[in-house]
Ligand binder design. Structure first.
Ligand code: HEC
Length: 132
């Protein structure tokens, strides 16, 4: 009798252990998906101009906009922003002119970057935004 109880205890513990392990794996997987490893410029196939634009994006835009997701931060995620006819949030046409205006002048909570970025930087940034 004592033996059976001990055996049951033993197997229960094992089941619990497997449960814990599964929970840990699930948690790890969901975290791993969320914090995806940052791809290198080469992996993304960026030209030197687009790579320069990515640096500018990282320094000025990344804190408010996810580049490879539509998930919002302070501003909307910019994934595939030029792949559609209209910008997702404002509904403005998704073209270089409109987007350059938004970056230069700002919009709502977004500051303008006309002082911070010169024409070359804007051109590089636009080239990168087209790769999203
Ligand atoms: C302080 C946070 C912040 C920073 C920094 C910022 N933005 Fe924004 N951005 C926003 C917010 C908030 C909006 C939404 C504005 C609105 O329409 O009310 C927005 C809107 C936009 C839009 C229009 C999106 C749409 O769907 O209508 C684009 C494009 C954009 N930002 C690009 C950029 C780029 C490129 C940079 C870097 C040069 C940048 N933003 C920097 C907060 C920011």
């Amino acid at each position: 009798m004592f033996y059976i109880v001990k055996l049951m205890r033993g197997s229960k513990t094992r089941v619990e252990w497997v449960g814990t392990l599964l929970a840990a794996i699930t948690l790890f997987t969901s975290l791993a998906c969320d914090v995806e490893r940052r791809k290198s410029d080469a992996e993304l196939g960026l030209t030197p101009e687009q790579a320069a634009g990515r640096r500018i994006y990282d320094a000025n835009c990344d804190r408010c906009h996810e580049p490879y997701s539509t998930r919002g931060k302070k501003g909307p995620g910019l994934k595939a922003m030029f792949k559609h006819q209209y910008l997702r949030l404002s509904g403005l046409p998704a073209n270089d002119e409109r987007v350059t205006d938004i970056i230069r002048l700002g919009r709502g909570e977004m500051p303008g970057f006309s002082q911070a970025l010169d024409q070359q930087q804007l051109t590089d940034l636009l080239a990168y935004l087209h790769t999203l």
